[in-house]
Design a binder for this molecule. Structure first.
Ligand code: PLP
Length: 407
């Protein structure tokens, strides 16, 4: 008899976005003339940088000529891209990361979801609340949790991000082995300082734990004092893996290219305490199960590191940050406490009411769709998330409508 992986039955239905869609559709049916503005979803709206498009076209032409055609590429990604990443994103910032430690992939979603495979099933996991749901669900699928009870999975150490702790969780008091951190954070938009991040790296050393650091939004960091990578922190090379993505950096959500950094000095242990290289395990996993990102896409990503590409990509970031600053300024002017929107595309707003009630209010009174914080975890109750990923005209109109509705 073919049997299923029963851990999948523990997963909660993806209630958040389906419920947002249901309520939005219902409102639209009742108000067919009302133009709804969506500030809920974290997807970019601006086209790819011109430099990427040109490189993309050139690479496609190469694939069409016998002399320049390429078949399967290296599973870890082409060296031309990995060298640029190591040099520009790490070494120029004083972080000792080398091309052989970089694994190019088709997304930080896949990598943050797949990485848990190389660790034992009975390790203790620490996950933030609120959280980007992929970390949690992939561990549920792998059988690292118990049942879902009262809004939480048994067996997980939830690290609460609240107004009281400035949305930076405290170090876990329980024994934990694998720690997920994400800064700038989705959904809260919070950032972490070097000193704060150092305490996490020290904690990982003291507990022989490993940090999975999701830096998908690092390109939004403008404050020169904030760390753009965990590898700016002393000792991180032994205890951290970092995930980055071109999705938000350069509008690659539909093009798909990202990378994961696994330093060769990063170690994990057998049950008997014998140290092993996590880099070697991840290399083995990727070369068995993954066949690299297409050559044209890697050439398009490489173009981000040219002078023109960098200028165009940073113009995209500035565009969304301008939207974010406007949303935050106007929400604060209306008396709402906000996090993010600076060094982050997300604004986390304390709504002073249940998050679904605030969602309904914005939809019905302003025709604006947000994301209710409760959908990201128990600690998200009372908050909503507004996203800066939309065209500037739409954001300006949305903000005007919100002002009218709430003032
Ligand atoms: N990590 C976080 C925190 C995200 O919010 C997202 C996307 O929204 C991702 C990873 C996924 O990125 P990618 O498009 O590279 O799969």
């Amino acid at each position: 008899m073919i049997q299923i992986n029963e851990n999948y039955l523990k997963l909660q239905a993806s209630y958040l976005f389906s419920e947002i869609r249901r309520r939005t559709d219902e409102f639209q049916t009742q108000n067919p003339d009302k133009e709804i503005i969506k500030l809920g979803i974290g997807d970019v709206t601006r086209p790819l940088p011109e430099a990427c498009i040109e490189a993309f076209h050139r690479a496609v032409d190469e694939m069409g000529a016998a002399a320049t055609f390429r078949g399967y590429g290296p599973e870890q990604g082409y060296e031309f891209l990995r060298e640029k990443i190591a040099e520009v994103d790490y070494q120029k910032r004083g972080a000792d990361i080398f091309a052989q430690e970089i694994f190019v992939s088709d997304g930080a979603k896949c990598d943050t979801g797949n990485i848990q495979e190389v660790f034992a099933t009975d390790i203790q996991i620490a996950i933030p609340d609120p959280v980007y749901p992929v970390y949690l669900d992939t561990n549920v699928m792998a059988g690292r949790t118990g049942a879902f009870n009262d809004g939480r999975y048994d067996g997980i150490t939830y690290m609460e991000s609240t107004r009281q702790n400035g949305f930076i969780p405290e170090l876990p008091s329980a024994d934990v082995d694998l720690i997920y951190l994400c800064f700038p954070n989705n959904p809260t938009g919070a950032t972490i300082t070097k000193t704060q991040l150092q305490t996490w790296v020290n904690f990982a050393h003291e507990n022989r734990a490993l940090i999975l650091f999701d830096a998908a939004y690092e390109s939004f960091i403008q404050d020169p004092d904030l760390p753009k990578t965990i590898f700016e922190i002393d000792g991180a090379r032994e205890v951290a893996i970092e995930f980055r993505s071109f999705s938000k950096t350069a509008g690659f959500t539909g093009t798909r290219c990202a990378y994961t950094v696994v330093p060769t000095s990063c170690k994990a242990y057998t049950a008997a305490g014998e140290a092993h290289s996590v880099h070697d395990l991840w290399f083995r996993r990727q070369s068995t199960k993954f066949n690299a990102v297409s050559y044209p896409v890697q050439r398009a990503a490489e173009a981000i590191y040219t002078a023109a590409g960098r200028k165009q990509a940073s113009a995209l970031i500035d565009y969304y940050l301008k939207n974010a600053a406007l949303i935050r300024k106007e929400m604060e002017a209306l008396g709402y406490e906000c996090v993010g929107g600076e060094n982050s595309p997300y604004i986390w707003i304390y709504g002073q009411k249940e998050s679904w009630a605030f969602f309904d209010l914005l939809l019905e009174e302003a025709g604006v769709v947000c994301t209710p914080g409760a959908g990201f975890g128990r600690c998200g109750e009372g908050f909503i998330r507004l996203s800066a990923f939309n065209d500037a005209d739409n954001v300006q109109l949305a903000v005007q409508r919100i002002k009218q509705a709430l003032s």
